[in-house]
Design a protein around this ligand. Structure first.
Ligand code: HEM
Length: 303
């Protein structure tokens, strides 16, 4: 991921969204996909900003470093081969002269695979993530994409709010705990099975465990989705990162049609979770992924 700001004074020309999009086209190559998301700062006073798009607030416990947070645009370059992705990042950075890099981070998905319709990967805490996402593609789109009638600008329908959180994980401390303790902090087994014996594809029976004897009440999944019939409308796709010197963690990323009902609801519920001792959010931001097609740079009209 590369977050960029428009260079001062470069509002038109090289600093326009059109120039950025054409730079992205030059960047794309075999095996490297390129995506763009807009931060609130890219919208001028006259810009038609998505209703909920503001700079990401600091949540309790966060220590947001401005040099790793926010940004006018967020570019995501993804591919199977790290050298290809790095070369694409270089091409991108030299193609877009009206924009300067604000922060960048390299993420990876260990053990990346599709299983039962879901993308899964292992995080730096050795747990497989992705089970909580819907397996059905229609349900994924329903959670992620802005709909007509939501009160959003017309150009934004079919787009998606993206939240990125750079979360440093205390992996040394975590690795001192037993696997059993770790699984009680997450609320699932490392391989995704539930602590009450339900299999990966089934639902756990939380009402039968009101005191959290099997699945602790302050475990991650129990707080994230207390009522299994009503999961928050968000779709997660995280990446591990390792910047050396023990700076290891998760580039948490999720998509939703409504920020308040999606990420913000879950983030508030997670306050006081057992995992908080091991995590520190140091950066990230709120962005908006425009709908597919070439119409949006004109509609966004920021110059
Ligand atoms: C601190 C770093 C985090 C770690 C290590 C982590 C890890 C996990 C793991 C292992 C699972 C279970 C497997 C799965 O369903 O994918 C999970 C589920 C989930 N996480 Fe996280 N997570 C983190 C941060 C967050 C954040 C910041 C949010 C949103 C605010 C979040 C929301 C969720 C949700 C909604 C689920 C699915 C719960 C369910 O329906 O079962 N996680 N996470």
């Amino acid at each position: 991921m590369v977050a960029c700001d428009r260079r001062p004074g470069a509002r038109g020309g090289a600093g326009s969204l059109r120039a950025l999009v054409s730079g992205l086209r030059d960047t794309e190559s075999d095996g490297v996909s390129v995506g763009v998301a807009l931060g609130s700062g890219v919208f001028g006073a006259a810009g038609d900003r998505p209703r909920q798009l503001v700079p990401m607030p600091s949540f309790p416990g966060d220590l947001l470093d401005p040099a790793q947070s926010h940004g006018d645009v967020l570019i995501q370059l993804a591919g199977e081969r790290v050298d290809d992705v790095r070369a694409a990042v270089e091409r991108f950075e030299s193609a877009v002269t009206g924009w300067r890099v604000r922060w960048r981070i390299e993420g990876f998905r260990a053990g990346n695979r599709m299983e039962g319709g879901r993308g899964l990967a292992r995080n730096p805490f050795h747990f497989t993530e992705g089970f909580g996402n819907p397996a059905d593609e229609r349900e994924v789109l329903d959670r992620a994409l802005v709909r007509d009638g939501q009160g959003e600008p017309a150009w934004a329908v079919g787009g998606s709010y993206q939240v990125v959180r750079i979360i440093r994980l205390a992996t040394e401390l975590w690795d001192k705990d037993s696997v059993h303790e770790q699984e009680r902090i997450i609320g699932r087994r490392r391989d995704g099975r539930w602590l009450d014996g339900a299999s990966v594809g089934e639902q756990p029976n939380f009402p039968a465990d009101p005191r959290g004897r099997l699945t602790p009440l302050d475990s991650h999944v129990r707080l994230a989705t207390p009522d299994r019939r009503r999961p928050a409308p968000l779709v997660r796709r995280g990446y591990g990162y390792d910047r050396g010197d023990g700076d290891t963690g998760l580039v948490f990323s999720c998509f939703q049609r409504d920020l308040a009902a999606g990420f913000e609801t879950v983030q508030k519920r997670l306050a006081g979770e057992a995992m908080a001792t091991y995590t520190l959010t140091t950066g990230g931001g709120y962005y908006f992924v425009p709908p597919p097609g070439d119409a949006w740079p004109a509609a966004v009209a920021t110059g």
